[in-house]
Design a protein around this ligand. Sequence first.
Ligand code: GLP
Length: 241
Amino acid sequence: MFKIIVCENYEEMSKKAFSVIRDIVVENPKAVLGLATGSSPVGLYQLMIEDHQKNGTSYKDVTTFNLDEYLGIAKDHPQSYYTFMHENLFKGLDIKEENIHIPSGSGDVDQQAANYESLLADNMIDVQVLGIGRNGHIGFNEPGTPFDALTHIVKLKENTRKDNARFFDSLDEVPTQAITMGSGTIMQRAKKVLMIASGEAKQDAIYNMIKGPITTDLPASILQKHDDVVVILDKAAAARL
Ligand code: GLP
């Protein structure tokens, strides 16, 4: 079930998303957070850091699970999701490194996927932050991914690589594969989903997620079957609703 909140702009969207996360962490200092990368949650992460530093909200007993990671670039590469999360969030909080979980894109990656899934099998995620790709992907579950997919290795679609090329020096440098929690993992493990999306480029994906058929052509449409999805949008992303 979707609860849709439409905001004036990115800043207001980030504030609303932050209040959802803060309430969960304040109520349960041992909360398990599912986290996402991309531009959408950066404002939310800044507010979490600001709140921690000004108001002392503590993350020392919080556990996190990230959705995904690229294959073929080192963990300390400037564009790895490991680096992204440390730069944009973790380094500003008091979270313990051992409580941070990000799938690993190196070594025997099929084994890494199985290990990540079994770690998740022992945990429920109190809230899973999600962005959405223009093609409706969640995490890196690209169109066509079965809805019961668990953590797995994925070949990235060309449009996804192009969308993410802005973070790299050139399109050639964007990895072609990633490891991602599956749509099935998200549906099974997340007690609550917090989807954030802004900008005109997301309006079709958002419309189809909410009003379209449930189809693997639009991976986020499976969220129609989840009990508790809060969708926080700016006006542009909500324009077709
Ligand atoms: C990336 C990530 C997704 C993210 C999406 C949207 O490919 N794997 O988790 O939600 O793209 O990114 P952005 O928020 O930058 O638009």
